[in-house]
Write a protein of this length. Structure first.
Length: 250
């Protein structure tokens, strides 16, 4: 019995160690991948169809290889009667920055931004736009909760760049009790539940090292990550990679 218990203990210990020791790598090609941003709110009655479309990308063959979806929940509709548990003020500020740069006509929900440009799904065609441009390779490694990244741009004279890291909550469900969607069961994928940006002042190397961002909503059962490079004062992504984080623990 003692020998069996020791073997069981070692097996459990090894399993826990493997789960905690997250070791992931993501790498793009030179061709630009597509970052799909959805600005949404659980307090917005017209948002569920847009969220269903974003959720459907979970089954897309090119998910993570070409397409990286993220859902930024904004808080500017919270006053209607339902406080969105995934929302952050800075997500609305990011959306406003796009509007100030004339990349979007105004700030509203639901709103899609595809590689930094406003995009609306057509009635007859809902295919996502793709970019054929070569922008450079982005490499990302995650060891435990430390992330290191490097970007080798095609355009070598780029100024200081910023690394953006979004931890995504997957398979989230909410029972909405008030507001425009009262009584609705909302299901979400690719929800940004942790977000941060880091500046690199070395124009020649474009390398970063930091911790994964803290979570403002830590109750997801599964997680993914999206990482992209942008200019200092422009949220438009230059290159993006992403993928699931099976070993991520809160």
């Amino acid at each position: 019995m003692m020998k069996y218990s020791l073997v069981l203990y070692l097996l459990l210990s090894n399993s826990l160690f493997a789960a905690d020791a997250m070791n992931l790598q993501f790498e793009s090609s030179k061709q630009r991948n597509t970052l799909i941003e959805l600005y949404t709110s659980e307090g917005c009655s017209s948002c569920p169809p847009a969220e269903e479309f974003l959720n459907s990308l979970k089954n897309k063959n090119d998910l993570w290889a070409k397409y990286v979806p993220v859902a930024f929940h904004v808080n500017y509709w919270d006053y209607i009667g339902w406080k969105d548990p995934y929302a952050m003020k800075k997500f609305g500020q990011r959306q406003s920055r796009y509007a100030k740069l004339k990349r979007a006509s105004t700030v509203y929900t639901p709103a899609f931004m595809v590689n930094g440009n406003s995009w609306r799904r057509g009635i007859f065609s809902r295919s996502l736009p793709e970019s054929q441009a070569e922008v450079g390779k982005l490499k990302v490694a995650i060891n435990d909760k430390t992330i290191t990244a490097s970007f080798n741009p095609i355009q070598k004279n780029q100024s200081s760049l910023k690394l953006n890291i979004a931890v995504l909550g997957m398979g989230l469900t909410s029972q909405i009790e008030r507001g425009e969607n009262e009584g609705r069961t909302a299901r979400h994928e690719f929800v940004v539940v942790g977000f941060n940006s880091f500046i690199n002042n070395n124009n020649k190397t474009h390398k970063w090292k930091s911790k994964l961002p803290a979570l403002h909503y830590p109750a997801a059962e599964k997680y993914a990550v999206a990482v992209w490079v942008s200019e200092m004062n422009n949220p438009t992504p230059i290159q993006v990679v992403g993928g699931y984080m099976p070993g991520y623990t809160k």
